[in-house]
Design a protein around this ligand. Sequence first.
Ligand code: ZN
Length: 332
Amino acid sequence: MNLAQEMQRGLKQRAQGRVRGRYAPSPTGDLHLGNIRAALYAWLHSRCLEGDCILRIEDLDQGRCKDGYEEQMLQDLQWLGFTFDEGVEEGGEFGPYRQSERITLYEQALELLKSQQRVYPCYCTRREMQARASRSASGEYVYDGRCKRLSAEELAELARTRRPAWRFCVDHGEVTIQDGFKGELVQDVSREVGDFVVRRRDGIFSYQLAVVVDDICMGVTDIVRGEDLYESSPRQVLLYRAFGTTAPRFWHIPLVLNQEGHKLSKRDRAHGVRGWVDEHGSHDQGRFFGAIVEAMGWQCGESLTLENIYQHACVSGMCDTWREAKGRLENK
Ligand SMILES: [Zn+2]
């Protein structure tokens, strides 16, 4: 696969204007309510805007993505009636749809950034980095750029005993994002995060780099995903710029919290598809959807199919609201 060709093809597709959304889960455990809700939003969003929805498997962190989880996840999505226009099982012309099969693209992207001097090797351990780092307003560690200032001799010395991570040199100044659900986000990445990692010391490519490469190459026009990634969007915008393009439209949805007010995790079995099936049996997807939709504050029935939910989205005016929001985002 050739990065330049794949990017060109994706951008050509995007320029055609047809909505292309994606649902991009990591197979790290059972799907929980929050994952299903994200899938539901992504799927509904593409459908309401008469576009396509891609299923992409984000399995770069092989330490966390266990064998069998992907299969289970695909079965659960199928059990719930989700169908995708492109994906690992559906195929499609913008594949492969599994990140572990796209590593050659990320490698080429990193080489491209190296050739533009937009990345540099960082030899700091997490502890060293945190010991020196200041904290942003939101409590995040801000990398101090130490390794950017090392001399060639110092770098050579470090390279003898350590493997580097690769950090992206961020631009100074504010990045503004218009989010379809959450409104405007203004962030100065250099103050809030600093130069961020695009390839970890263990060789794994970061979420930031992989999703940007994939969304460009797959011609994605709309990113619908959980709010936990909202604050990372400006970093992705900087990467889009480095690759000579602009970001797709962003739509961040609120997270589902458990009763203690924490973000759900895939270990939270009580809130997962599997937990539901264990308790209620595998014949009643309708009530599972009913419970999810009720938790979202929609009132459209106790037992539902995806089709019912789509109809509700149309009748209740949700589709129109999204269409209007899309129009607004396009004009910004
Ligand atoms: Zn460093």
